[in-house]
Design a protein around this ligand. Structure first.
Ligand SMILES: Cc1ncc(COP(=O)(O)O)c(C=O)c1O
Length: 449
């Protein structure tokens, strides 16, 4: 093992000492092949020994630039000081009691923070869970219980997780759903307001999409049967799809008029990632329920459902919970992460990242017709690759560019229903030098193809 001390003090530089993967990672890959189930894939063929700020260090001593944040999780950077300090303090006091057996203050503090930070100044309550999927499942349970209705409306390109209910809510078959059915019922899918691919063009997208969606809910589901509309304010795995202005407020208003619970799944877009604390803040939309996970706790497994007190408290005592949900160490980590976000003004840091990345990516797109669209907000940014002059997705080129970046020590992720989107999710604490070096590696990858 090399350089196993991580955190913000790690040298913030890319430094390759072997090919990617190097021999130590290759040996671990072989062990992995013999011991870990094939169903778990990985993006990068390197094993990590340390990470911090904007870099990830592997078992061969290579230092890579991180444009992935462990899929939008380590927004405050790996092993951030305030997270580590709080975790050490908590882990040496107690590690678990189960909040449902004997409660502790950290859980309550995280709920207070969630109630304070999520949009709207109405009376709120929160409940904590282990993963984004579990948060989404519980938000649906709460909405169904509170409304006495069953139907749940979701969107094309949606991703909500891998449990049975959330697989049903997720759009993409391969790899998430293929041969894993039968799926939970009473889930209805409607088109997403996807400006780049909207048949009538981006300018018509918001109004058209609202017409189509509300029409489908009326004719095929029935407003009075609909418990909830669940939407990612910026879609994540489905392709970093940013709906046009006006769409989310229109959808929220439709829900309000019909007593439908409007659930914003902010698991990926929340906690400063989009340049606001939550992506719905961009247009002042106030959801009835918000689901959170990923960036909330600096890498520890924690998730939340936060929402209107009358909805959250509709559920009978004992109706929500789980053995590990709101684990005290994860809560301590969340309090450290939230404190970091506030102290370092990470919403502003995300906007700064967007201000640096978007112009360079637009310039890259102008020179490369295979980049059909550049989109995103804050530090949640993507490019969509197509056959030049068409909307035909180019997943092969997407993988080729991603691989070229990995070989040069830049961690990038792909996504999208058609596998043709490169997404960029740097830790929000990443410095400008690493950011611009990462962009240069991406530019070189396009130039070399
Ligand atoms: C919007 C959204 N919801 C839910 C999930 C599921 O979260 P988890 O993987 O923690 O279960 C994800 C994960 O990528 C997500 O992006």
């Amino acid at each position: 093992m090399t350089n196993s001390t991580g955190g913000p003090a790690l040298p913030q530089q890319r430094h390759l000492v072997t090919q990617i993967p190097g021999p130590a990672s290759q040996a671990l890959l072989e062990r992995r092949g013999r011991s870990v189930a094939r169903g778990l894939s990985h993006v990068l063929p390197v094993f990590v020994t340390a990470a911090g700020g904007g870099v990830v260090v592997d078992a061969d001593g290579n230092s890579l630039i991180d444009f992935g944040s462990g899929i939008a999780v380590t927004s405050v950077g790996n092993s951030a000081d305030l997270v580590v300090n709080r975790v050490i303090e908590q882990v040496s006091s107690f590690t678990h009691t189960c909040f449902m057996v004997a409660p502790y203050e950290g859980y309550v503090e995280v709920c207070e923070e969630l109630n304070r930070l999520t949009p709207g100044d109405h009376d709120k309550r929160s409940a904590l869970f282990n993963s984004g999927a579990e948060a989404v499942e519980n938000a649906v349970k709460i909405a169904r219980h509170a409304t006495g209705r069953n139907a749940v409306v979701v969107f094309d390109h949606a991703y909500h997780g891998r449990t049975n209910l959330t697989m049903a809510m997720t759009a993409k078959n391969m790899p998430y759903k293929h041969r894993f059915g039968p799926f939970a019922g009473d889930i209805y899918r409607v088109p997403m307001a996807y400006p780049f691919r909207w048949p009538g063009g981006p300018a018509a997208c918001a109004a058209d999409a609202l017409d189509v969606i509300t029409g489908l809910i009326h004719t095929q589901v029935g407003e009075e049967n609909t418990a909830a509309v669940v939407i990612e304010p910026i879609q994540g795995e489905g392709g970093f799809i940013v709906p046009p202005d006006g769409f989310l407020p229109g959808l929220a208003e439709f829900c309000r008029q019909h007593g439908i619970v409007f659930i914003a799944d902010e698991v990926q877009s929340g906690f400063c990632r989009s340049g606001d604390w939550f992506a719905v803040d961009h247009e002042g939309v106030v959801p009835d329920l918000v689901t959170t996970a990923k960036g909330i706790a600096g890498g520890f497994p924690l998730a939340g459902v936060t929402g209107r007190a009358e909805l959250m408290d509709a559920v009978h005592p004992g109706g929500l919970g789980g053995t590990f949900g709101g684990n005290p160490v994860a809560c301590a980590a969340a309090l450290g992460a939230i404190e970091t976000m506030a102290k370092e003004d990470l919403p502003a840091a995300a906007r700064r990242i967007g201000d640096i990345m978007l112009p360079r990516l637009r310039k890259l797109a102008a020179a490369n017709p295979a980049i059909g669209d550049v989109r995103g907000r804050g530090a949640m940014i993507a490019i969509e690759l197509v056959r030049p002059g068409t909307l035909e997705p180019d997943p092969a080129l997407t993988s080729q560019v991603a691989r070229a970046c990995h070989e040069q020590g830049l961690v990038v992720l792909t996504c999208g229903t058609y596998g043709n989107v490169l997404r960029f999710l740097p830790p929000l604490v990443m410095g400008e030098a690493l950011l611009t070096e990462g962009l240069s590696i991406l530019e070189d990858a396009f130039a070399a193809r």
